[in-house]
Design a binder for this molecule. Sequence first.
Ligand SMILES: Cc1cc2nc3c(=O)[nH]c(=O)nc-3n(C[C@H](O)[C@H](O)[C@H](O)COP(=O)(O)OP(=O)(O)OC[C@H]3O[C@@H](n4cnc5c(N)ncnc54)[C@H](O)[C@@H]3O)c2cc1C
Length: 343
Amino acid sequence: MTRADLTVRGGGIFGLSVAWEAVQRGARVRLIESERIGAGASGGLVGALAPHTPEGWNPVKAFQLASLLAAEDWWRAVEAASGLSAGYARAGRLQGLADAAAVALARARGLAAETLWQGRAHWRVVPATGADWEPPAASGFLIHDTLSARVHPQQALAALTAALSAKAAEIVLGEAEEQGAVIWAIGAAGLEALSRDLGRKAGQGVKGQAVAVHLPGHAARPQLFIDGLHIVPHADGSVAIGSTTENQWTAARTTDAQADALLARARDLVPLLRDAPEVARWAGLRPRAASRGPLLGAWPGRPGHFIANGGFKIGFGIAPEAARLICDLVLDGRDGIPAEFAP
Ligand SMILES: Cc1cc2nc3c(=O)[nH]c(=O)nc-3n(C[C@H](O)[C@H](O)[C@H](O)COP(=O)(O)OP(=O)(O)OC[C@H]3O[C@@H](n4cnc5c(N)ncnc54)[C@H](O)[C@@H]3O)c2cc1C
């Protein structure tokens, strides 16, 4: 068999996205996943492709915007190659506003978004209508943004895996020889390995739990964002509710009473969820870099090895752009990665 140009380690959203970007550029790719596709943070339920607040512009926000704007065509290409749905839809998002000060701030951000989002998406203050699919809004107003989208995480990974196979990428579960340049996209384990190499903390896993209920018929509706809680309707009839943020845990993949509390809170805030039966709960470790931003670039002191990590809470949202930038560097020798993202 022909040798690969590139080995990608890790079958989560980062590794699969990097491999997909690389095969589209004509590279021969070997992807090695030590356990199973979606064994890490990417195998969950939520899949919100949610934007930053449109103010205090910085390289991370610009990068995230580029990724969210690229997402639709990117996922359509994955769906076309695989014949599978990734569950992508840009259905927007609603957030309630508590008081007059919050309304004024949201309006100012809406003006900023007109420039920062280049007219390609809007952030608008709209009156609450009291409809059954709305977040609480004591001021009587909501933010409606048209940039937010979603994928179904497990469907998205399955579609990417099938798209890679359709393009003759080799996917190995277990171990295999590394060939060509090696891109490490192994999530929380990668941050530990990098920390050991550098002799300082490069990041760590942060546990999160999520729950899904069955409430069909809401797929075209916007996702809701209520004080840090994401409520995301999917085309399969599930509505995902996420997530906890836990810096300490004993079992990374086990759900507990915190998932019960998450569900109870969502049901309290959105009455429509009260009678919707729970269909799944899930826990995983988000890879959080010490910088809290993405970690992209050469692995210090390991020639030919590169890192694609640091997705933290927005890994699905930034994967297309992360894949583009790391492939520019590794395959084409073009380094357009913001200095802030250097490992
Ligand atoms: C509860 C929860 C909710 C979330 N909600 C959202 C959301 O709504 N929107 C969003 O954008 N993001 C969300 N995230 C964050 C997102 O899931 C992560 O940023 C993303 O999954 C990280 O992907 P990754 O590919 O870097 O890592 P992972 O998905 O962890 O993948 C790493 C893979 O590498 C494999 N591996 C480990 N060691 C090796 C090795 N030596 N060789 C080969 N393979 C190896 C692992 O088995 C694993 O499959 C959420 C996370 C959690 C936990």
